[in-house]
Design a protein around this ligand. Sequence first.
Ligand code: NAD
Length: 715
Amino acid sequence: MIFEGKAVKVSQLETGVVLVTLDLQGESVNKFNLLTLQELGEAVKAVKTLPNVAGVVFNSAKDVFVVGADITEFTTWFTLDDNELADKLREVHKTFNEIADLPYPTVAAINGIALGGGFELCLACDYRVMADSAKVGLPETQLGIYPGWGGTIRLPRLIGVDNACEWICGAGQKRSADALKDGAVDAVVAQDNVLESSLHLIQQVVDGKLKYQQRRQENNANMVFSPIEKMMIFESVRGVVGAKAGKHYPAPMVAIKTIEKVIGQTREKAIETEIAGFVKLAKGPVAKALVGLFLKDQQIKKTAGQFSKGAERVKQAAVLGAGIMGGGVAYQSSSKGTPIIMKDIRNEALELGLSEANKLLGGQVSRGRMTAEKAMKALNGITPALSYGEFDHVDLVVEAVVENVNVKKAVLAETENHISADTILTSNTSTISITELAKNLQRPENFCGMHFFNPVHRMPLVEVIRGEKTSDAAIARTVSYAQAMGKTPIVVNDCPGFLVNRVLFPYFGGFSAMMKEGADFQIIDKVMEKFGWPMGPAYLLDVVGLDTAFHADEVMAKGFPDRMQHEGINVIDKLFEVERFGQKNQKGFYRYENDRKGKPKKIFDAEIHSILAPTVVSKTELTEEDIIARMMIPLCIETVRCVEEGIVGSPAEADMGLIYGIGFPPYLGGALHYLDQMGLQAFCDLADRFSHLGKLYEPTTKMRAMAQNNDTYYG
Ligand code: NAD
């Protein structure tokens, strides 16, 4: 062994080929942490001193190549001042340049995932051999930064400017066929043959069949374009990327600007350009929010793992109700491998539920994400039922019937008579207290909330709600079922609306109050969408369903009368009264028609203003800032209340709940991160400007005390 570290080893074969093997000890995957980077530098120095080297293969002893940089370690870099951060980046560039300049042919043997810095290492090699099952890519823009170890410089030279912009700005993980097609790798082989093929490639260089110096020259050369060519390429790329990224996410556009510059620069100059752009992004608020989300995601997954520890896998599930939610739960459960009985009281509902599942599975097959065989298996895994016939061998039941406390209590009590003593019963109620629903049950310890979000197959969050009598075992099994369905569960304590809807309804409260003052819901939607929400509040209400929202609103008003009760009828009451339930019956605030793909398309309905006219009591002129403040303040204060009252275990769970559950704008990092960034005192001052609107706009006593002490939620 020529070099043996804790993450990198160097050995030489009889053929003269040197293997630089990445194998981070004590970890299941390789990642670029500080130790690996340091040892890689030492390893390359050791390689340079060796005699008779035929070539160098960078390979991995694990199932992955390198999953990327270790964010937990690198976030400390982002707190350094600009020059210190730039120096850190220069050190890594030095190592990668030494690899690129080794006086022998170099090959990256990509046996598994190679992302971020891991893929940038591959780019510093002359050749890349990739396993057919592996994935490669540069996902940094997802974190609000861009590739900072040569990715913006080497990738365009290798695969062309258009492709490189798409790879970097799209932040995707590329499959082997796409990587080969774009020219990012030289060969794709079976995973077991990656090393052997890499050695063969070096042999071809030794035999004079391949000329690595020539390739190196090409990859190091400036890219030459006429000004017109350059303008055409970059204007079109900017148009596509800008429209997709939006103004709140600067990293993709900064990446394009950097690529535009570096393609015409020498390596040394290009490195400085890349570093300058990287430092600017890394120190900005969006990277702070997005890197924060990445870390919070890891934290909440770890917490969920602690809750589900020891739970047996749910082998057979059941869902009551084949509506929007029940049908979605059945699809998600079965397509992720847990068979499920779907029971309804109406045959038409069952047929609709099955045809929806069929449509979703068909979509998966046509997009190449699932084989036809697997889709068929998933469809067969859903057993439609009009009776409780096979409920005695079910491990977990999700109740998803209408949002009415009496109906739910009756259905739950009836179900309990048909399941075994250790079956866990859960409710997908949006708002009704779990302790209240448990009152009629014989085994309240086996009951908890399992709150999915609409559409179930897309929304990552599941709230698992602990009622007064819920046992730890019930929580464990429910959390483990949510994980098996590919969801991110958070465990919360019981109260009307739990975490997410408790926070969402004050937000709707802000909306309804503005509508009473004669605001235009289309303008409010536009302002909030521009602010970063995936859909404005009126559109969101149409998606949720005005009937569901009406019933939920009643529950919330009863639970928190001091701030969630309203006088007279508001827009939600009105649309419910006239049976405009939203997308489910093609009319709510907007009208809906199916597009060519069968997806509901939103259309303005001229009738709506006269329908809503009786709910308007005054006329107030509202600026964009007013609209944002009047929507966001109630949401933020209610999130704080949930943390203060222990409804949610930590600020991270609260923020991720809002991001994963209702699409809170990620660039703001969650409600509590947003408060920290704004400063609590500034927030309290803003809220006080709206104190005439009532208690929804009143910061808690603790918030004011924290504001005085300059305290923050994330310390
Ligand atoms: P939905 O009206 O689309 O479906 C309800 C289904 O339940 C209907 O098919 C109905 O026939 C069936 N049903 C009624 N009584 C039944 C019984 N006794 N046994 C079996 N089936 C019965 O409603 P939905 O939007 O799917 O909502 C269902 C639940 O999920 C509600 O509690 C709701 O609050 C909650 N939820 C809804 C959303 C949403 O966005 N729609 C989001 C999260 C949670």
